[in-house]
Design a protein around this ligand. Structure first.
Ligand SMILES: [Zn+2]
Length: 634
């Protein structure tokens, strides 16, 4: 296979599949909800993360042993990977908009990294030097291949935005060293934390070098044979309990399982292994149906950052790591491109608006690691300059001992424009709605361009205008989300109903032609599958793609949210202040009441009154608060 367009600006660039992704140069978010968040990343998060990585010594790790470098490695064993993820985010960001100062910063970081590479290509700051553990001596926990994977992904991003350069050379030397060490005739080990798998496939896509794809396929097939040392988390923690082809669901550490599955899709697509693709798609289907929160968040076990068993989805112990959201979007996007099945775009939308948008503080300088759906005790205010050791919950913090989530969310948001529209055999498919502009070529070479204008998700009206076309008929396909009952599409003044799934408009478009989509956004109750015991008897409120929550700031208490009861017979309504109102009551607490027995006496409970809910992604932005998504019924 020939190498893909090296400067196409696509985070994922499969050589086959039902849909063809657009690159950064073909897709721009120009205003609105996601433009605001892209700006926050550009102007806040990237500098903030860089400053913290300097402060805690992660960038200086690359100069260990130099005359001016530190004597010892600082941070966790995977700290290199955060620097790489930050470079990846910076690369996509500079592909999104010109920023010569940021490009210089990337070049400086790349020079720093290159200086730490050994003569044989090995590169990791935590292993192999005098006083450190030997290379590849702790595959289960050392994260060496994981770090190599993120280095490769950074190089892929840099290459796809700026063309081949020094970082690609460094990454290829690392990858060649990995192939030499772990190839067919080498060590049969695997990394405790998958990531090298999708990275090697993307490096294959960039360079056309088949050995990287073969190595990724080897890593996929080697997993699941308990080759990693036994651990009290169990072999499932690293998806090493069952061969990939035998597993029926994602399990263990959520981010590990999702990264692996993303790499499995990549291998399946590039090798034409339809059975492998079917298996991993079925694993994700079951995971989505049984192991995913209403928000699209994944992972319900704090101890090992892991998926729970089917339907173990407690709100107050939700783990739902920000990185698991990024990883789930990586997987869903790959499955969408491979299969063309629109439901994957519904999943991406749910995760984006309810986990990714929740993760980052409004100034981009603090973030959630875990995403509780029920905060029983008020969140704490955190000082701006304090690193958080615990990363299992709590408020958005400026930095954590493990700070994977901020650079991870940053690399996704910086490249988000490429997840909105994809090309199919004949035309374009609009998968996400945002104010944006697109210009690309159809498979037959004709040039087309679109503009999309909307106040989504506040408003459900979207106007898609053709701004350029080389003529002839071609189709535009719109995703109709599963929740959008009563949606309509208007073309040439004719309005037609649009059911869930897709609607295709095919014609000889002329510049100026418009398609108007209307997605009804009336707030609605959602009820959980009764097998999710933790929230049985509760309802949640959604409006369009947005999950709502009740929040009680300490400064202006609404009441004890654990005593909130909502009337499910009275539908939620939009309120004047941009929120949603439900009819509910909050009883006074009684600290002496035995919590078990016959039906509780409700005689003293206050009457029902409207209570305001707000988008879940807006919670914990008004000081210490309690919060809940699932609301018990009266
Ligand atoms: Zn994370």
């Amino acid at each position: 296979m020939a190498a893909s367009d090296p400067t196409g600006g696509r985070p994922v660039d499969p050589s086959g599949g039902a849909l063809r992704p657009l690159g950064l140069a073909e897709a721009r978010i120009t205003a609105g909800f996601w433009a605001d968040r892209q700006r926050v990343i550009s102007e806040g998060s990237l500098d903030h993360a860089r400053a913290w990585m300097d402060k805690v010594g992660w960038t200086a790790n690359f100069t260990i042993g130099n005359a001016t470098g530190p004597a010892e490695h600082r941070g966790r064993e995977f700290a290199d990977s955060e620097v790489y993820k930050l470079i990846e985010a910076m690369s996509w960001d500079t592909g999104r908009r010109p920023d010569p100062a940021r490009v210089r910063e990337i070049d400086e970081l790349v020079a720093l990294i290159g200086g730490a590479q050994a003569a044989d290509g090995y590169l990791n700051t935590a292993f192999g030097r005098p006083g450190q553990q030997p290379r590849w001596s702790d595959l289960a926990w050392g994260h060496e291949l994981y770090c190599a994977g993120h280095l490769i992904q950074a190089a892929v991003a840099s290459t796809r935005v700026h063309g081949p350069g020094r970082l690609l050379e460094i990454a290829q030397r690392v990858a060649d060293h990995v192939c030499a060490t772990f190839g067919k005739d080498g060590s049969t080990g695997i990394c405790g934390h998958p990531e090298i798998e999708p990275a090697l496939v993307e490096l294959y896509r960039v360079t056309g070098e088949r050995r990287y794809l073969d190595q990724a396929a080897l890593f996929v097939e080697r997993r699941g044979h308990q080759s990693l040392p036994p651990h009290h988390f169990g072999a499932a923690y690293a998806s090493d309990d069952q061969p990939v082809r035998a597993a029926t669901v994602l399990r263990g550490h959520a981010v590990r399982a999702l990264y692996l599955a993303a790499g499995v899709v990549d291998v399946a697509v590039e090798t034409g292994d339809t059975e492998l693709l079917r298996v991993v798609a079925a694993q994700f289907d079951r995971t989505w149906a049984r192991r995913t929160y209403l928000t699209g968040g994944m992972g319900s076990r704090h101890m090992d950052e892991a998926f729970g068993d089917d339907f173990v989805l407690p709100s107050d112990r939700a783990y739902s790591e920000s990185c698991a959201a990024v990883a789930a979007i990586m997987l869903a996007w790959r499955l969408l491109l491979a299969t063309g099945e629109t439901r994957y775009a519904d999943m991406i939308e749910r995760i984006l608006y309810n986990v990714v948008a929740t993760a980052i503080e409004d100034d981009g300088r603090a973030f959630f690691y875990a995403h509780s759906l029920h905060q029983r005790t008020p969140t704490r205010a955190l000082p701006d300059d304090e690193e958080q050791l615990g990363f299992g919950g709590g408020p958005r913090a400026p930095w954590f001992e493990v700070s994977c989530c901020l650079p991870n969310v940053s690399r996704l948001l910086a490249s988000l424009s490429t997840y909105l529209v994809a090309g199919d055999d004949e035309g374009l498919r609009i998968m996400q709605y945002a104010t944006a502009a697109f210009g690309t070529r159809l498979p037959d070479g004709r040039r087309v361009a679109l503009e999309m204008a909307t106040a989504y998700p506040d408003d459900g009206d979207v106007t898609i205008r053709v701004t350029a076309t080389d003529g002839g008929a071609w189709p535009i396909t719109l995703r109709i989300p599963a929740w959008a009952a009563g949606a309509t599409v208007t073309v040439d003044g004719v309005t037609e109903p649009a059911g869930a799934g897709t609607v295709t408009v095919r014609r000889e478009f002329a510049a100026g032609d418009e398609i108007r989509l209307h997605l009804p956004l009336a707030p609605r109750f959602s009820t959980p599958d009764p097998r999710i015991d933790a929230v049985r008897g509760c309802v949640a409120v959604e409006r369009g793609p947005i999950v709502y929550c009740a929040e009680s700031p300490v400064a202006e208490p609404l009441g004890d949210l654990d005593l909130l009861r909502v009337d499910p017979a009275r539908p939620p309504v939009d309120d004047a202040a941009g929120g949603v109102a439900v009819w509910a009551r909050i009883a006074a607490p009684d600290n002496r009441r035995w919590p078990y027995g016959d039906r509780h006496d409700e005689a003293d409970e206050p009457p029902l009154a409207p209570i305001r809910l707000l988008p879940y992604h807006r919670w914990a932005r008004r000081g210490p608060t309690t919060m809940r998504v699932w609301l018990p019924s009266v």
